[in-house]
Design a protein around this ligand. Structure first.
Ligand SMILES: C[S@@+](CC[C@H](N)C(=O)[O-])C[C@H]1O[C@@H](n2cnc3c(N)ncnc32)[C@H](O)[C@@H]1O
Length: 296
């Protein structure tokens, strides 16, 4: 299989009609309640003093509710040919949404996560789900026992994504598929008055991530691990409304906390974004990179 597609989705009808085939979409208003730049790992852009896991779950819930995210999850399930009889692991399953959805398709699915708190929430939300505490670097499965492996918004949190993908190959049967999905932290697209400052902020936020460019390496990771029939796709969420402003507050705060910009620069930058939102000139896009491969 070789799939190459680019889809961008926006709330702006003209954009959807002229440049992109996908239906319109914008940020879920719920997203505005979370001050974070996107599907994030736990350490940054959080409210000080609060437990990071509930915050991360709230953020993921808001993002997962977006139609673009729902479609992207569905695409991963289709690529895994999830259905009755298929044995699938959702690696880094978080609060278990994909496990529940894959089970609804009849798949025999296990969610694996390192974080007991995440697993507790997953078990509460999906009481019939099979969840195991485990590390992506050492999955709790025997060799060649699964038909599908899925890692969604996870590899960027790992110091060694290659080890995880190699482990995916180990647990898959010949003909089994791995699907990797995630955002590239150096590729947040933000329309702003000061492109240099924007670049600094985005890069500073990326630098706070363990493997910020893991997503652009999905294809290479699969090839290096010996997968074949590689397909790649990019699905982009576009935010055109001020309700997505807190996304940028999280990015700017993280950049400031990292010492990359001053508080004044953060405020100037955010003021520009607020003006844009008020004038209906707000634009942020987050490409999500998907790659699929088959174990020979
Ligand atoms: C950003 S969340 C994404 C969760 C879920 N895949 C989703 O799309 O909503 C990343 C998850 O990966 C888990 N994780 C991070 N490193 C891991 C590792 N080495 N082994 C297993 N899980 C890990 C975290 O605990 C967290 O639940």
């Amino acid at each position: 299989m070789s799939t190459h597609s680019t889809r961008a989705e926006s709330a702006h009808p003209a954009l959807s009609e002229t440049a992109h085939p996908a239906p319109s979409e914008t940020a879920n208003p719920a997203l505005s309640e979370t001050a974070n730049p996107g599907p994030a790992e736990t350490a940054h852009g959080q409210q000080p003093g609060q437990d990071p896991v509930p915050q991360l779950i709230a953020l993921l819930d808001a993002l997962d509710a977006m139609p673009v995210a729902r479609r992207l999850r569905g695409r991963t399930y289709d690529l895994l040919e999830a259905g009755p009889g298929s044995r699938i692991v959702d690696a880094g399953c978080g609060a278990g949404r994909a496990v529940g959805e894959l089970a609804e398709r009849g798949a025999q699915v296990t969610g694996v996560d390192l974080d007991p708190q995440m697993l507790h929430v997953a078990r509460e939300r999906c009481p019939k789900g099979d969840f195991r505490e485990g590390d992506l670097a050492e999955l709790p499965f025997a060799d060649a026992t699964l038909d599908g492996y899925r890692a969604d918004k996870v590899l960027h949190t790992l110091a060694d994504p290659a080890q995880a993908v190699s482990e995916a190959r180990r647990v898959l049967v010949p003909g089994g598929r791995a699907v990797l999905v995630g955002q590239d932290w150096d590729t947040l697209v933000i329309d702003a008055a000061d492109p240099a400052l924007t670049r600094t902020i985005v890069q500073a936020r990326a630098d706070l991530t363990t493997s910020p460019r893991a997503a652009r390496a999905h294809r290479a990771l699969l090839l290096d691990a010996g997968f074949t029939e590689i397909g790649v796709e990019v699905h982009t969420a576009a935010f055109t409304e001020g309700s997505a402003l807190p996304l940028l507050t999280g990015v700017a705060s993280a950049a400031h906390e990292a010492g990359a910009i001053t508080a004044y620069e953060a405020e100037i930058w955010l003021a520009d974004q607020r003006r844009r939102a008020a004038a209906d000139r707000f634009f942020v896009a987050i490409p999500m990179f998907l790659a699929v491969g088959t174990k020979p």
